[in-house]
Design a protein around this ligand. Structure first.
Ligand code: SF4
Length: 52
């Protein structure tokens, strides 16, 4: 799959991961937060993830 060089990602379990390299193949992703207020990196995530 063609990678998007602007979106690095190491989640190889995702359907949109480029597999050969650590990049996403989508043109755009949605980054989301899990709590009302994000204070740490653990509170944010990729909302475009789909299990492969
Ligand atoms: S959709 Fe999100 S989790 Fe999936 S490959 Fe792209 S950046 Fe990674």
């Amino acid at each position: 799959m063609r990678k998007n060089s602007s979106i690095g990602c190491s989640v190889s379990e995702c359907k949109f991961h480029s597999k050969d390299e650590n990049f996403c193949t989508l043109d755009k992703i949605e980054v989301v937060k899990h709590s009302q207020k994000a204070d740490t990196v653990e509170h944010t995530d990729c909302g475009s993830f789909k299990r492969d």
